[in-house]
Every structure is written in structure tokens, then in C-alpha cells.
Design a protein around this ligand. Structure first.
Ligand code: ADP
Ligand code: MG
Length: 551
């Protein structure tokens, strides 16, 4: 019987491999751009005609190749990158397999022009995997690759290609993702001679440059890290959701990728704030320890696999949850210059007010969920349930600040309704001597003073009588409070600034566990529940791992 098993020729193998890696012009260009990036390019230009079916050109200013490499790079499994790695597993994890150029060369007509710094360059012509010529050629350091007649020798594949305009759209989408992953490199894309994408090397502008300014409306920053995992980026508010995933951009270790695990974790971080078919917009850059990530689960390296799946899920979910509450907040004091922002985060400042999109079940929370563990001087140690904090976190609450926050809101609420607060008659009224100037403003704002709990009335020339006082202040501080209020009254002041002074002088209050729970509950329903009126943090949360390491 004649032998049935036949060894496939190299060109057939390359055509088969091409089918895996080079599905369409977009995937081909992606491979070429990855090579340009590996070559250390700072500028990469892509030109296409007919959606890439007719012509593709990628020009870079990277390290280029010498003559021998320019010929060798079309060999299957030819890669220069192996020598840079100590072991094969890290090589594979970076996705270097030396297959792309051999595959592309096998299914197209290709020209390569390349030169290394300070040498005469080389031009190679390769048709359907056969090298036809390799001549000296002069160009600046870098590489140009031109591909025409893609799939000319693979009719089956050619037949199933999308239209030129669909294919161009795929190329644009791919380039947006790649350019978000590599913000330090400038990219240009021209299609049929028309510029579609052009980016600067200013990384902080990248989102705006490729997705438009509008993308950043109603988004906020994420800034989170732990155990070598980092998450940075912007994410839309619960109101800024789409019905599909087209506005989701995930970049892990500088690769544009898709991960259903991350998608699910984001969804659960949003919890009940969004529906199950709502997709928040985001651009998230994540860093995962390289040995915890497998990029080679897919020929085009689009999907990734995490070695620590549960951890990854937990981290992403927590980062999103915490972003709703503990937003890095810049306190801008009048007359003070804002400090220069740190270079790392590079997004537009946007503020999203905390608005629970769910009803809190007050009784249930008080009775069961908020757990007061103990007190240390004026700090309480409590456990607060999700969605505010994740279960394993201990929350340290500064009770004086919590109290001032709640008082502040209560007074503000009352004043806005035109109501005053409770006052207690003083057994021995206090006499207050003031200047002529101050006398005028006190008379002008007598009503407001009464409403904030200072029962004051004129008592002869430049003299007033304090007859009643809110239990909020102690009598010995009232003179100080009035002095500060007078400073406000002499300028254009806001209700908030007045109340801030008042609550700063509230005497410390001993809270019972039950009082504390009520105050916490009241604060958690407010805007920015974690900040006192003076901008200071009321609660900080800790995870035992942060103190003691892993169990
Ligand atoms: P891999 O990227 O996995 O090494 P490729 O087939 O994509 O395999 O590329 C083969 C080799 O050709 C690379 O290892 C590199 O040495 C060289 N090469 C390809 N493109 C470029 C480029 N734009 N600039 C410099 N060298 C390149
Ligand atoms: Mg490559």
C-alpha cells in the first residue's frame, strides 16, 4: 500500500499558520505593528488602500535589520527575540513565536526595506513565501513593510474577506486599542490617502486623541494597586452605560486584550447600580505580574488567562467598588495654588457625585449589617457591609468628624428649608461687646445666627446678649465662634462656610454603639460619605493582609 502520510511542505505549513494568525488585514497590521514596537519604534505609520486588501504599508523608526536578518526573518520560527530571554517560558509568555513574517510572506506579495543605524540598508522582495531578491537599499534607520495582493494564493480565504469599508473599520478599531496600549508611541493611520488617526507622544492626551473628548464626559478615574497588580484608567458613571461592549478598552501589560473574567468583575463591582445588560464605558490599564498572565491562549493574543483568577476577579471588583466611595479628592482651598498633579495618572478631573441608585434598607443595616467592634479613644472600629466596603475590611471611623459631617448636613438641610435648630435658654445670659463695624453685620445677620443656634439680641450700644444656645456648642467656645463668623459676615459668604465654623466647634460627643450606627447610616446616604465638611477623611479601611501579609 502506498504511504498515506506525507510531510507537508514549508509553504503549505506557512499557509496554514497564516490562516490562524492572519485572519484579515487588521490582524496582519497588528502583527506588523507589534514587530515595530518590539523594535523600539517611537513613530509608526500605517497606510492602507482598499481596506488593506489591495495594499498595506507599515513604516517605523525602530532598530531595523541587517542584511542577513532581513532574509532570515521570513523563515518559520525565525525570531531574534529568543536570545533576549533566559528561558523559553518567558519567551512564550511574551508571544514571540517567529511566525508572523513567514505567515504574511506566504500569503501575499511583500517588500521589506530596512536599515540599522549607520549601515547601508537592504530591500527584500518575497512572493508567496519565496524570496526573489535581496539588494542593498538606502533608507534612514527603521523598517518599511509593504504587503499587496493579500491572500492572492489562498482563494478560499480571499473569498471570505469583508468589504473594504468594513475592513477599514476593523483596522481603525485595532489601531485605537494598540495606541491606547502604547501611549508613548505616536501612530498615524491613512486610508486611501486620508488621515484617520493621528496621535502625539503625549500619553495623557491619548484617550482624547483616539476616542474623542466626549468619551471622558461622565467618567471618573480609577487608581488602585496591590501585590503587584495595578489598575489605572477611567470608567463611566452608572448613568454612562451602553447596550454593547464597544466602548470597553482593556489593556493588560501593554496589550489590548479581551477578558470575560475582567468584564464580569467590573459588572459585579458596579453591583446593583447598573442592570445586567448595561455596559459601563471604560479605558483600563492593568498591570499583572507577568508570570501570572498567559497571553498565548489565542493565536492573535487577544484573549488572556490569569493564573490567579479569583484574586484577579476580587481585585478588579474591589477597585471598582472603592472608586465609588473613596475617590481621591483634591481639596482646593481659596488663595492656595493647586499642587502640580503627580505625573502617573493622566486623566481629566471629573467628579461624580455619590448617588445611591438603590434604596438602603435602614433597619436591616442597623440591626444586622453594621458591626461595631470596639472603640479606641475617639476612633471606632467597625465593619460596614458592601457595597460600601468589601467584607474582609475593618473600617476605622473618626467619630468627631463623622459627627461633624452629620451635624453639618442636618443644619444645612434645616437652613435650606428656612428652619432653625433647637436652642436651650441659658441660665446666665452672656454679654457680648463688639465694634461699631461688627454691630452692623450682627444686626444684619441676626436671623441667621438664631437659626444656627446662637440666640442673640441687641442690648444697647455695640452690645449684644446671648440668651440661648444650641446644644451643639459649648458656651466657653461661643465667643470664638462668633469672631470667626464675623470674619465671614464681612465678606461674601456661603451657608456652607458658616456651618463649617459652627460644627468645628461642636463639643466631642460620647457615642453609644447604637448612636454610632445611626450616624454612620445617615452619613452613608450622603454625597461623599467618607469626607468631613473640611475635606478630611472620616473613615479609612484596612485589610488584614495589608498588615500581616497573606494567611
Ligand atoms: P517574532 O516577532 O515572533 O519574533 P516575526 O515573524 O513577527 O516573529 O518577526 C521575525 C523577526 O523579524 C523578529 O524577531 C525581528 O528580529 C525581525 N523583525 C520583524 N519586523 C521587524 C521590524 N519592524 N523592525 C526590526 N526587526 C523586525
Ligand atoms: Mg512578531
Amino acid at each position: 500500500m502506498p504511504a498515506k502520510i506525507r510531510v507537508l511542505s514549508d509553504s503549505v505549513i506557512n499557509q496554514i499558520a497564516a490562516g490562524e494568525i492572519i485572519e484579515n488585514p487588521a490582524s496582519l497590521i497588528k502583527e506588523l505593528i507589534e514587530n515595530s514596537l518590539d523594535a523600539g519604534s517611537s513613530k509608526i505609520q500605517v497606510d492602507v488602500h482598499g481596506g488593506g486588501h489591495l495594499f498595506i504599508q507599515v513604516i517605523d523608526d525602530g532598530c531595523g535589520m541587517g542584511r542577513d536578518d532581513a532574509i532570515l526573518c521570513f523563515e518559520r520560527h525565525a525570531t531574534s527575540k529568543i536570545s533576549q530571554f533566559i528561558d523559553l517560558s518567558s519567551l512564550v509568555s511574551m508571544g514571540f513565536r517567529g511566525e508572523a513574517l513567514a505567515s504574511i510572506g506566504a500569503v501575499s506579495k511583500l517588500e521589506l526595506e530596512t536599515a540599522e543605524q549607520g549601515t547601508i540598508g537592504t530591500k527584500v522582495i518575497c512572493n508567496g513565501g519565496k524570496i526573489l531578491r535581496a539588494d542593498p537599499f538606502s533608507r534612514t534607520p527603521g523598517t518599511t513593510i509593504r504587503v499587496s495582493d493579500l491572500f492572492y494564493n489562498v482563494p478560499a480565504r480571499k473569498k471570505f474577506q469583508k468589504s473594504a469599508s468594513q475592513s477599514t473599520a476593523d483596522i481603525v478599531k485595532m489601531l485605537i486599542r494598540v495606541s491606547l496600549a502604547h501611549r508613548e508611541v505616536s501612530f498615524t493611520l491613512n486610508s486611501n490617502g486620508k488621515e484617520l488617526i493621528s496621535t502625539s507622544q503625549k500619553s495623557e492626551k491619548r484617550i482624547e486623541e483616539v476616542l474623542g473628548k466626549e468619551f471622558l464626559t461622565d467618567t471618573k478615574e480609577i487608581f488602585w494597586e496591590k501585590e503587584g497588580y495595578k489598575i489605572r484608567g477611567v470608567i463611566g458613571s452608572p448613568l454612562n452605560v451602553r447596550s454593547n461592549r464597544l466602548q470597553e478598552y482593556l489593556l493588560i501589560n501593554k496589550r489590548p486584550v479581551v477578558s470575560h473574567l475582567v468584564e464580569r468583575a467590573i459588572q459585579s463591582g458596579f453591583g446593583t447600580r447598573i442592570g445586567s445588560k448595561d455596559y459601563p464605558v471604560f479605558v483600563l490599564w492593568m498591570e499583572v505580574p507577568p508570570d501570572m498572565l498567559d497571553v498565548n491562549v489565542h493565536p492573535q493574543k487577544i484573549f488572556v488567562r490569569f493564573c490567579e483568577e479569583e484574586k484577579m476577579h476580587h481585585f478588579v471588583k474591589t477597585a471598582i467598588e472603592e472608586s465609588f466611595y473613596v475617590e481621591a479628592k483634591k481639596i482646593i482651598l481659596p488663595r492656595f495654588e493647586m499642587p502640580e498633579p503627580a505625573p502617573a495618572p493622566c486623566f481629566v478631573e471629573t467628579t461624580v457625585e455619590y448617588q445611591p441608585s438603590f434604596e438602603l434598607d435602614k433597619e436591616r443595616l442597623i440591626q444586622e449589617e453594621i458591626e461595631v467592634i470596639g472603640f479606641f479613644e475617639d476612633v471606632a472600629i467597625v465593619k460596614i457591609p458592601p457595597p460600601f466596603f468589601s467584607e474582609e475590611r475593618l473600617v476605622f471611623v473618626d467619630m468627631a468628624k463623622l459627627n461633624s459631617k452629620v451635624q453639618f448636613q442636618r443644619i444645612l438641610g434645616r437652613l435650606k428649608e428656612g428652619k432653625g435648630g433647637e436652642m436651650e435658654q441659658l441660665l446666665f445670659p452672656e454679654v457680648l461687646k463688639v465694634s461699631k463695624n461688627d454691630e452692623e453685620v450682627i444686626i444684619k445677620h441676626e436671623d441667621l445666627l438664631n437659626k444656627i443656634g446662637i440666640g442673640i439680641r441687641p442690648f444697647g450700644k455695640e452690645t449684644f446678649m446671648i440668651e440661648a444656645l444650641s446644644p451643639l456648642y459649648s458656651l466657653d467656645k461661643v465667643r470664638k465662634v462668633i469672631d470667626l463668623l464675623l470674619i465671614e459676615f464681612h465678606k461674601e459668604f456661603s451657608l456652607e462656610s458658616v456651618i463649617k465654623i459652627v460644627v468645628n466647634f461642636s463639643p466631642p460627643k460620647i457615642l453609644s454603639k447604637q448612636d454610632l450606627k445611626y450616624l454612620l447610616l445617615e452619613a452613608l446616604k450622603m454625597d461623599e460619605p467618607f469626607y468631613a465638611p473640611n475635606g478630611k477623611l472620616i473613615m479609612a479601611s484596612f485589610d488584614r493582609e495589608e498588615f500581616f501579609g497573606k494567611k
